[in-house]
Design a protein. Structure first.
Length: 233
């Protein structure tokens, strides 16, 4: 995914609905198109919000809501109750939509988008520019980027440059014991020597090296840390 941006990953031809679209029409649209969300926009493309499957399910579930009892009403938040009532009884897109939409710009990196999705626990981000909808990047789009063929290197990297890159990556990770783990590179093959703290560290070192440009193969010749060696945690 190195170098890919939101503009490279996004689906630009996004189905949208105006704010006054009936909820029943939105449900039918999602079912017929096989999509899980639809942005709500003004006529000029300005993003107002998004209606997701979760919003529609929330509305359906809200039909079973019962008003809080006398004791519960004493501690209830009127604003929260009013907001839920509007969302669960709304008849149009602007009444049930999620207004706090997670958006990114067209130049946002694929790595940052993946981090946002993981951190927020969401399935998509909306790409906007100047407040107007430009596209949507979904988890599926990121997966396609992950399996895309890597771009060819402009020049073959020397073993020493690869070694320095691996060491630099190791120093950035708190779980790496650089004092006890040594790196050798020959013909693009990275070999780890020395000691490792655990099997998890062994696996992570392999992954770290595999992600360094120019690495053709990774070999691990490290051994478990002897009991007489103290490794700081």
């Amino acid at each position: 995914m190195q170098g890919l941006r939101a503009r490279d990953l996004m689906t630009p031809d996004v189905v949208t609905v105006p704010p006054d679209t009936p909820v029943t029409a939105i449900a039918r649209l999602l079912a017929e198109r096989g999509i899980s969300a639809v942005p709500v926009t003004e006529a000029d493309g300005t993003l107002r919000g998004i209606v997701t499957e979760a919003d529609l399910i929330r509305r359906l579930a809200g039909e079973e809501d019962e008003p809080p009892g006398w004791l519960g009403s004493l501690f209830a938040d009127p604003e929260a109750l009013a907001d839920r009532y509007a969302r669960t009884h709304g008849l149009t897109a602007d009444e049930v939509m999620t207004e706090q939409v997670v958006t990114v710009g067209p130049d946002e990196t694929a790595q940052r988008i993946a981090h946002i999705m993981e951190e927020r626990g969401i399935r998509r981000v909306v790409v906007t520019e100047g407040g107007r909808l430009r596209g949507i990047v979904s988890r599926a789009d990121l997966l396609h980027a992950l399996i895309a063929p890597p771009q060819p290197e402009s020049a073959e990297l020397s073993d020493e440059r690869i070694r320095r890159a691996v060491l630099a990556a190791m120093r950035r990770e708190p779980w790496v014991d650089t004092f006890y783990t040594m790196v050798e590179v020959k013909d693009g093959v990275v070999t780890f020597h020395g000691f490792r703290r655990s099997d998890a560290v062994q696996r992570a070192l392999r992954v770290l090296a595999e992600n360094v440009p120019g690495v053709r193969k990774v070999e691990d010749q490290t051994r478990p840390v002897p009991a007489f060696i103290y490794v700081a945690s």
